[in-house]
Design a binder for this molecule. Structure first.
Ligand SMILES: Cc1ncc(COP(=O)(O)O)c(C=O)c1O
Length: 397
Protein backbone atom coordinates (compact mmCIF):
# COMPACT_ATOMS: atom_id res chain seq x y z
CA UNK A 1 0.00 0.00 0.00
CA UNK A 2 1.38 3.46 -0.84
CA UNK A 3 1.57 6.06 1.86
CA UNK A 4 -1.05 8.81 1.54
CA UNK A 5 -0.13 12.01 3.32
CA UNK A 6 -2.58 13.78 5.62
CA UNK A 7 -5.29 12.14 7.63
CA UNK A 8 -7.79 9.75 6.07
CA UNK A 9 -11.34 11.15 6.30
CA UNK A 10 -13.39 8.37 7.89
CA UNK A 11 -16.83 9.81 7.18
CA UNK A 12 -18.86 6.63 7.46
CA UNK A 13 -21.53 6.71 10.18
CA UNK A 14 -19.32 4.68 12.48
CA UNK A 15 -16.78 3.57 13.34
CA UNK A 16 -15.86 7.26 13.65
CA UNK A 17 -12.56 9.09 13.87
CA UNK A 18 -10.96 8.33 17.24
CA UNK A 19 -9.53 11.51 18.80
CA UNK A 20 -5.84 11.59 19.75
CA UNK A 21 -6.68 11.93 23.45
CA UNK A 22 -8.58 8.65 23.33
CA UNK A 23 -5.89 6.90 21.28
CA UNK A 24 -3.24 7.98 23.80
CA UNK A 25 -5.40 6.78 26.69
CA UNK A 26 -5.80 3.34 25.09
CA UNK A 27 -2.03 3.17 24.65
CA UNK A 28 -1.41 2.76 28.42
CA UNK A 29 0.03 -0.55 29.66
CA UNK A 30 -2.71 -3.09 30.36
CA UNK A 31 -3.39 -3.48 34.08
CA UNK A 32 -4.49 -6.39 36.25
CA UNK A 33 -8.27 -6.38 35.98
CA UNK A 34 -8.46 -8.08 39.39
CA UNK A 35 -5.79 -5.89 40.98
CA UNK A 36 -6.31 -3.05 43.47
CA UNK A 37 -6.15 -0.20 40.92
CA UNK A 38 -8.83 -1.49 38.59
CA UNK A 39 -11.88 -0.62 40.70
CA UNK A 40 -11.32 3.14 40.34
CA UNK A 41 -11.39 2.79 36.55
CA UNK A 42 -14.43 0.48 36.71
CA UNK A 43 -16.38 2.85 38.93
CA UNK A 44 -15.49 5.94 36.87
CA UNK A 45 -16.67 4.45 33.57
CA UNK A 46 -19.79 2.81 35.02
CA UNK A 47 -20.82 6.07 36.72
CA UNK A 48 -19.86 8.27 33.77
CA UNK A 49 -21.92 6.20 31.36
CA UNK A 50 -25.06 6.84 33.40
CA UNK A 51 -24.77 10.56 32.65
CA UNK A 52 -24.58 9.89 28.92
CA UNK A 53 -27.60 7.55 28.94
CA UNK A 54 -29.36 10.03 31.29
CA UNK A 55 -30.15 7.33 33.78
CA UNK A 56 -29.77 6.57 37.46
CA UNK A 57 -30.01 2.85 36.57
CA UNK A 58 -27.05 0.52 36.01
CA UNK A 59 -25.30 0.30 32.64
CA UNK A 60 -23.72 -3.03 31.66
CA UNK A 61 -20.51 -2.96 29.57
CA UNK A 62 -19.78 -5.90 27.25
CA UNK A 63 -16.54 -6.58 25.39
CA UNK A 64 -18.55 -7.02 22.19
CA UNK A 65 -19.83 -5.16 19.15
CA UNK A 66 -23.32 -3.67 19.20
CA UNK A 67 -24.85 -6.89 17.91
CA UNK A 68 -23.87 -8.57 21.20
CA UNK A 69 -25.72 -5.90 23.18
CA UNK A 70 -28.82 -6.45 20.98
CA UNK A 71 -28.73 -10.13 21.91
CA UNK A 72 -28.18 -9.30 25.58
CA UNK A 73 -31.25 -7.02 25.60
CA UNK A 74 -33.44 -9.81 24.20
CA UNK A 75 -32.14 -12.86 26.07
CA UNK A 76 -32.17 -11.15 29.46
CA UNK A 77 -35.79 -10.03 29.27
CA UNK A 78 -37.78 -12.49 27.14
CA UNK A 79 -38.82 -16.14 26.89
CA UNK A 80 -39.15 -18.47 23.88
CA UNK A 81 -42.37 -17.76 21.96
CA UNK A 82 -42.84 -14.26 23.41
CA UNK A 83 -44.47 -11.76 21.04
CA UNK A 84 -42.38 -8.72 20.18
CA UNK A 85 -43.29 -5.65 18.06
CA UNK A 86 -40.55 -4.21 15.89
CA UNK A 87 -40.47 -1.46 13.23
CA UNK A 88 -38.80 -1.99 9.89
CA UNK A 89 -37.13 1.42 9.85
CA UNK A 90 -34.20 0.12 7.79
CA UNK A 91 -31.34 -2.36 7.58
CA UNK A 92 -30.40 -2.44 11.26
CA UNK A 93 -33.99 -2.87 12.43
CA UNK A 94 -34.20 -5.74 9.92
CA UNK A 95 -31.11 -7.40 11.40
CA UNK A 96 -32.41 -7.03 14.94
CA UNK A 97 -35.72 -8.55 13.85
CA UNK A 98 -33.87 -11.48 12.25
CA UNK A 99 -31.93 -12.05 15.44
CA UNK A 100 -35.11 -12.03 17.54
CA UNK A 101 -36.66 -14.63 15.22
CA UNK A 102 -33.54 -16.83 15.39
CA UNK A 103 -33.69 -16.67 19.18
CA UNK A 104 -37.24 -18.09 19.14
CA UNK A 105 -39.27 -14.91 19.60
CA UNK A 106 -42.41 -14.29 17.56
CA UNK A 107 -42.01 -10.87 16.01
CA UNK A 108 -44.44 -8.62 14.27
CA UNK A 109 -42.34 -6.46 11.95
CA UNK A 110 -44.23 -3.28 11.07
CA UNK A 111 -43.13 -2.12 7.60
CA UNK A 112 -42.08 1.38 6.54
CA UNK A 113 -40.68 2.77 3.29
CA UNK A 114 -37.22 3.17 4.93
CA UNK A 115 -37.65 6.96 4.85
CA UNK A 116 -38.97 7.57 8.35
CA UNK A 117 -38.89 6.45 11.98
CA UNK A 118 -41.29 4.27 13.97
CA UNK A 119 -44.91 5.44 13.80
CA UNK A 120 -46.20 6.03 17.33
CA UNK A 121 -49.86 6.07 16.22
CA UNK A 122 -49.52 2.62 14.61
CA UNK A 123 -47.82 1.37 17.76
CA UNK A 124 -50.62 2.69 19.97
CA UNK A 125 -53.26 1.02 17.78
CA UNK A 126 -51.39 -2.33 17.84
CA UNK A 127 -51.03 -2.22 21.61
CA UNK A 128 -54.71 -1.28 22.15
CA UNK A 129 -55.71 -4.30 20.05
CA UNK A 130 -53.62 -6.56 22.30
CA UNK A 131 -56.17 -6.76 25.12
CA UNK A 132 -54.53 -9.88 26.60
CA UNK A 133 -51.12 -8.19 26.81
CA UNK A 134 -49.43 -10.97 24.89
CA UNK A 135 -46.92 -8.50 23.40
CA UNK A 136 -43.99 -8.58 25.77
CA UNK A 137 -41.67 -6.00 24.22
CA UNK A 138 -41.49 -3.17 21.71
CA UNK A 139 -38.11 -2.77 19.98
CA UNK A 140 -37.16 0.46 18.23
CA UNK A 141 -33.93 1.59 16.60
CA UNK A 142 -33.59 5.21 17.75
CA UNK A 143 -31.33 6.33 14.91
CA UNK A 144 -31.54 4.07 11.85
CA UNK A 145 -27.97 4.23 10.56
CA UNK A 146 -28.91 2.86 7.14
CA UNK A 147 -31.40 5.66 6.37
CA UNK A 148 -30.63 8.65 8.59
CA UNK A 149 -34.07 8.73 10.23
CA UNK A 150 -34.41 9.18 13.99
CA UNK A 151 -37.46 7.74 15.72
CA UNK A 152 -39.06 9.92 18.36
CA UNK A 153 -38.75 7.78 21.48
CA UNK A 154 -40.67 10.27 23.63
CA UNK A 155 -43.70 9.70 21.35
CA UNK A 156 -43.15 5.93 21.41
CA UNK A 157 -43.28 6.05 25.21
CA UNK A 158 -46.47 8.15 25.12
CA UNK A 159 -48.08 5.63 22.75
CA UNK A 160 -47.30 2.73 25.10
CA UNK A 161 -48.67 4.70 28.07
CA UNK A 162 -51.78 5.82 26.15
CA UNK A 163 -52.57 2.16 25.45
CA UNK A 164 -51.86 1.34 29.15
CA UNK A 165 -49.77 -1.56 27.91
CA UNK A 166 -47.12 -3.24 30.09
CA UNK A 167 -44.73 -4.19 27.23
CA UNK A 168 -41.05 -3.54 27.80
CA UNK A 169 -39.44 -0.85 25.63
CA UNK A 170 -36.06 -1.81 24.15
CA UNK A 171 -34.20 0.87 22.18
CA UNK A 172 -31.08 0.69 20.01
CA UNK A 173 -29.04 3.91 20.33
CA UNK A 174 -25.92 2.55 18.63
CA UNK A 175 -25.62 5.53 16.28
CA UNK A 176 -27.29 8.14 18.47
CA UNK A 177 -25.87 7.88 21.98
CA UNK A 178 -23.64 10.91 22.72
CA UNK A 179 -24.66 12.47 19.37
CA UNK A 180 -28.44 12.97 19.59
CA UNK A 181 -30.41 13.84 22.73
CA UNK A 182 -31.47 10.65 24.47
CA UNK A 183 -33.16 10.12 27.85
CA UNK A 184 -33.29 6.55 29.16
CA UNK A 185 -35.09 7.36 32.43
CA UNK A 186 -37.36 10.19 31.28
CA UNK A 187 -38.62 8.15 28.32
CA UNK A 188 -39.15 5.06 30.47
CA UNK A 189 -36.89 2.89 28.34
CA UNK A 190 -36.29 -0.56 29.80
CA UNK A 191 -33.16 -1.55 27.93
CA UNK A 192 -31.04 0.88 25.93
CA UNK A 193 -28.52 -0.75 23.61
CA UNK A 194 -25.40 1.19 22.57
CA UNK A 195 -21.92 0.72 21.12
CA UNK A 196 -18.51 2.33 21.51
CA UNK A 197 -17.58 3.15 17.91
CA UNK A 198 -19.85 6.10 17.08
CA UNK A 199 -20.75 9.06 19.31
CA UNK A 200 -18.54 7.74 22.08
CA UNK A 201 -15.51 8.22 19.79
CA UNK A 202 -13.90 4.87 20.63
CA UNK A 203 -12.80 2.05 18.38
CA UNK A 204 -15.31 -0.80 17.95
CA UNK A 205 -15.29 -3.42 20.69
CA UNK A 206 -17.50 -2.27 23.57
CA UNK A 207 -21.27 -2.32 23.79
CA UNK A 208 -23.78 -1.46 26.46
CA UNK A 209 -27.14 -2.18 28.02
CA UNK A 210 -28.69 0.46 30.28
CA UNK A 211 -31.19 -1.51 32.34
CA UNK A 212 -34.36 -0.32 34.12
CA UNK A 213 -35.70 -1.86 37.30
CA UNK A 214 -38.63 -3.27 35.33
CA UNK A 215 -36.18 -4.95 32.93
CA UNK A 216 -34.27 -6.47 35.84
CA UNK A 217 -37.53 -7.81 37.27
CA UNK A 218 -38.41 -9.24 33.84
CA UNK A 219 -34.99 -10.90 33.66
CA UNK A 220 -35.76 -12.91 36.80
CA UNK A 221 -38.64 -14.63 34.94
CA UNK A 222 -37.17 -14.62 31.40
CA UNK A 223 -36.41 -18.08 30.03
CA UNK A 224 -34.27 -17.51 26.93
CA UNK A 225 -30.92 -19.22 27.54
CA UNK A 226 -28.10 -16.86 28.48
CA UNK A 227 -24.74 -17.14 30.11
CA UNK A 228 -22.12 -14.72 28.75
CA UNK A 229 -24.80 -12.03 28.32
CA UNK A 230 -26.48 -12.55 31.70
CA UNK A 231 -26.93 -9.31 33.67
CA UNK A 232 -26.96 -10.87 37.17
CA UNK A 233 -23.29 -11.71 37.58
CA UNK A 234 -22.25 -8.59 35.75
CA UNK A 235 -24.31 -6.25 37.94
CA UNK A 236 -23.15 -8.01 41.11
CA UNK A 237 -19.46 -7.66 40.16
CA UNK A 238 -19.89 -4.08 38.90
CA UNK A 239 -21.02 -2.97 42.38
CA UNK A 240 -17.40 -3.33 43.46
CA UNK A 241 -16.00 -1.80 40.23
CA UNK A 242 -14.99 -5.20 38.82
CA UNK A 243 -16.21 -7.53 36.05
CA UNK A 244 -17.05 -11.25 36.19
CA UNK A 245 -14.78 -11.97 33.19
CA UNK A 246 -11.87 -10.18 31.56
CA UNK A 247 -13.03 -6.71 30.49
CA UNK A 248 -11.51 -4.91 27.48
CA UNK A 249 -9.16 -3.01 29.81
CA UNK A 250 -7.55 -0.71 27.24
CA UNK A 251 -10.87 0.21 25.67
CA UNK A 252 -12.04 1.12 29.17
CA UNK A 253 -9.11 3.56 29.45
CA UNK A 254 -10.34 5.04 26.17
CA UNK A 255 -13.91 5.14 27.45
CA UNK A 256 -12.80 6.98 30.59
CA UNK A 257 -11.09 9.61 28.43
CA UNK A 258 -14.05 9.91 26.03
CA UNK A 259 -16.47 10.39 28.93
CA UNK A 260 -14.24 13.13 30.34
CA UNK A 261 -14.17 14.84 26.93
CA UNK A 262 -17.97 14.70 26.63
CA UNK A 263 -18.28 16.13 30.11
CA UNK A 264 -15.81 18.94 29.30
CA UNK A 265 -17.74 19.89 26.16
CA UNK A 266 -21.12 19.43 27.84
CA UNK A 267 -23.72 17.04 26.42
CA UNK A 268 -26.03 19.86 25.29
CA UNK A 269 -23.17 21.41 23.30
CA UNK A 270 -22.38 18.00 21.81
CA UNK A 271 -26.00 17.61 20.65
CA UNK A 272 -26.11 21.19 19.30
CA UNK A 273 -22.89 20.57 17.37
CA UNK A 274 -24.35 17.44 15.76
CA UNK A 275 -27.59 19.29 14.92
CA UNK A 276 -25.59 22.11 13.30
CA UNK A 277 -23.49 19.78 11.18
CA UNK A 278 -26.53 17.81 10.06
CA UNK A 279 -28.36 20.99 9.04
CA UNK A 280 -25.30 22.28 7.16
CA UNK A 281 -25.05 18.93 5.36
CA UNK A 282 -28.72 18.99 4.31
CA UNK A 283 -28.27 22.55 2.98
CA UNK A 284 -25.37 21.28 0.89
CA UNK A 285 -27.44 18.35 -0.42
CA UNK A 286 -30.32 20.66 -1.39
CA UNK A 287 -27.94 23.09 -3.11
CA UNK A 288 -26.55 20.17 -5.14
CA UNK A 289 -30.14 19.50 -6.23
CA UNK A 290 -30.11 16.06 -4.61
CA UNK A 291 -32.48 14.52 -2.07
CA UNK A 292 -32.01 13.34 1.49
CA UNK A 293 -33.45 9.83 2.05
CA UNK A 294 -35.30 10.71 5.27
CA UNK A 295 -38.66 12.18 4.25
CA UNK A 296 -39.80 13.53 7.63
CA UNK A 297 -38.06 16.77 8.74
CA UNK A 298 -38.76 16.11 12.46
CA UNK A 299 -36.93 12.80 12.05
CA UNK A 300 -33.81 13.99 10.22
CA UNK A 301 -30.82 12.35 11.84
CA UNK A 302 -28.16 14.57 13.37
CA UNK A 303 -25.45 11.90 13.17
CA UNK A 304 -25.61 11.00 9.48
CA UNK A 305 -27.25 12.00 6.22
CA UNK A 306 -28.17 9.46 3.53
CA UNK A 307 -28.06 11.12 0.10
CA UNK A 308 -30.02 9.66 -2.82
CA UNK A 309 -28.30 9.55 -6.19
CA UNK A 310 -30.50 10.10 -9.28
CA UNK A 311 -31.79 6.93 -11.01
CA UNK A 312 -29.11 5.35 -13.17
CA UNK A 313 -26.27 6.68 -11.01
CA UNK A 314 -24.68 4.12 -8.70
CA UNK A 315 -24.08 5.64 -5.26
CA UNK A 316 -21.23 3.17 -4.67
CA UNK A 317 -19.44 4.63 -7.67
CA UNK A 318 -19.47 8.05 -5.96
CA UNK A 319 -17.96 6.41 -2.89
CA UNK A 320 -15.31 4.62 -4.92
CA UNK A 321 -14.07 7.69 -6.78
CA UNK A 322 -14.17 9.82 -3.63
CA UNK A 323 -12.02 7.28 -1.78
CA UNK A 324 -9.56 6.96 -4.63
CA UNK A 325 -9.22 10.66 -5.36
CA UNK A 326 -9.55 12.25 -1.92
CA UNK A 327 -8.86 9.48 0.61
CA UNK A 328 -12.32 9.80 2.16
CA UNK A 329 -14.59 6.88 3.10
CA UNK A 330 -18.35 7.46 2.83
CA UNK A 331 -20.98 4.99 4.05
CA UNK A 332 -22.41 2.51 1.56
CA UNK A 333 -26.13 1.96 0.96
CA UNK A 334 -27.31 -1.11 2.89
CA UNK A 335 -30.06 -3.62 2.17
CA UNK A 336 -32.95 -2.21 0.12
CA UNK A 337 -31.16 1.07 -0.59
CA UNK A 338 -27.85 -0.46 -1.75
CA UNK A 339 -26.47 1.49 -4.72
CA UNK A 340 -29.20 4.13 -4.30
CA UNK A 341 -27.74 6.16 -1.45
CA UNK A 342 -24.41 7.03 0.06
CA UNK A 343 -24.18 8.09 3.66
CA UNK A 344 -22.24 11.00 5.11
CA UNK A 345 -21.28 10.40 8.74
CA UNK A 346 -21.03 13.66 10.71
CA UNK A 347 -20.82 12.28 14.22
CA UNK A 348 -18.28 11.83 16.94
CA UNK A 349 -15.07 13.85 17.06
CA UNK A 350 -15.94 16.43 14.45
CA UNK A 351 -15.87 20.19 13.89
CA UNK A 352 -17.00 22.78 11.36
CA UNK A 353 -13.87 22.48 9.24
CA UNK A 354 -13.98 18.68 9.25
CA UNK A 355 -17.48 19.03 7.87
CA UNK A 356 -16.40 21.61 5.27
CA UNK A 357 -13.62 19.24 4.13
CA UNK A 358 -16.03 16.31 4.05
CA UNK A 359 -18.59 18.18 1.94
CA UNK A 360 -15.85 19.46 -0.38
CA UNK A 361 -14.82 15.82 -0.94
CA UNK A 362 -18.43 14.84 -1.67
CA UNK A 363 -18.99 17.73 -4.07
CA UNK A 364 -15.81 16.90 -6.00
CA UNK A 365 -16.67 13.19 -5.89
CA UNK A 366 -20.12 13.85 -7.41
CA UNK A 367 -18.40 15.68 -10.25
CA UNK A 368 -15.83 12.93 -10.85
CA UNK A 369 -18.55 10.26 -10.75
CA UNK A 370 -20.59 12.16 -13.35
CA UNK A 371 -23.64 12.56 -11.10
CA UNK A 372 -25.72 15.49 -12.38
CA UNK A 373 -25.73 18.15 -9.68
CA UNK A 374 -25.38 21.89 -9.16
CA UNK A 375 -22.30 23.51 -7.65
CA UNK A 376 -22.54 25.47 -4.43
CA UNK A 377 -23.31 22.80 -1.81
CA UNK A 378 -20.15 23.49 0.15
CA UNK A 379 -20.84 27.23 -0.07
CA UNK A 380 -24.37 26.75 1.30
CA UNK A 381 -22.97 24.71 4.21
CA UNK A 382 -20.24 27.28 4.88
CA UNK A 383 -22.76 30.13 4.87
CA UNK A 384 -24.79 28.30 7.49
CA UNK A 385 -21.77 27.42 9.64
CA UNK A 386 -20.57 31.03 9.51
CA UNK A 387 -24.06 32.27 10.45
CA UNK A 388 -24.03 29.90 13.46
CA UNK A 389 -20.53 31.05 14.44
CA UNK A 390 -21.75 34.67 14.52
CA UNK A 391 -24.30 33.82 17.24
CA UNK A 392 -22.64 31.11 19.28
CA UNK A 393 -25.11 29.28 21.48
CA UNK A 394 -22.51 27.34 23.47
CA UNK A 395 -23.53 26.67 27.05
CA UNK A 396 -21.11 26.34 29.97
CA UNK A 397 -20.27 22.62 30.36
C1 LIG B 1 -28.28 1.24 14.60
C2 LIG B 1 -27.33 0.09 14.62
N1 LIG B 1 -27.67 -1.02 15.28
C3 LIG B 1 -26.85 -2.09 15.33
C4 LIG B 1 -25.62 -2.09 14.71
C5 LIG B 1 -24.75 -3.30 14.78
O1 LIG B 1 -23.65 -3.00 15.60
P1 LIG B 1 -22.25 -3.74 15.41
O2 LIG B 1 -21.90 -3.66 13.97
O3 LIG B 1 -21.33 -2.96 16.32
O4 LIG B 1 -22.44 -5.14 15.89
C6 LIG B 1 -25.21 -0.95 14.02
C7 LIG B 1 -23.92 -0.91 13.34
O5 LIG B 1 -23.58 0.02 12.65
C8 LIG B 1 -26.09 0.17 13.98
O6 LIG B 1 -25.75 1.29 13.33
Amino acid sequence: MTYRSGRHFLQIPGPTNVPDRVLRAIDLPTMDHRGPDFAALGHEVLDGLRTVFKTAQPVVIYPASGTGAWEAALVNTLSPGDRVLMFETGHFATLWNKMATKLGLVTEFIPTDWRRGADAAVLEAKLREDKGHTIKAVCVVHNETSTGATSRIGLVRKAIDAASHPALLLVDTISSLASIDYRHDEWGVDVTVAGSQKGLMLPPGLSFNAVSEKARKASAAAKLPRSYWGWDEMLAANKTGYFPYTPATNLLYGLREALRMLQEEGLDNVFARHDRHAEATRRAVRAWGLEVLCAVPEEYSSSLTAVMTPPGHDADHVRKVTLEAFDMSLGTGLGKVAGKVFRIGHLGDFNDLTLAGTLAGVEMGLGLAGVPHKKGGVQAAMDYLAECARKPARKAA
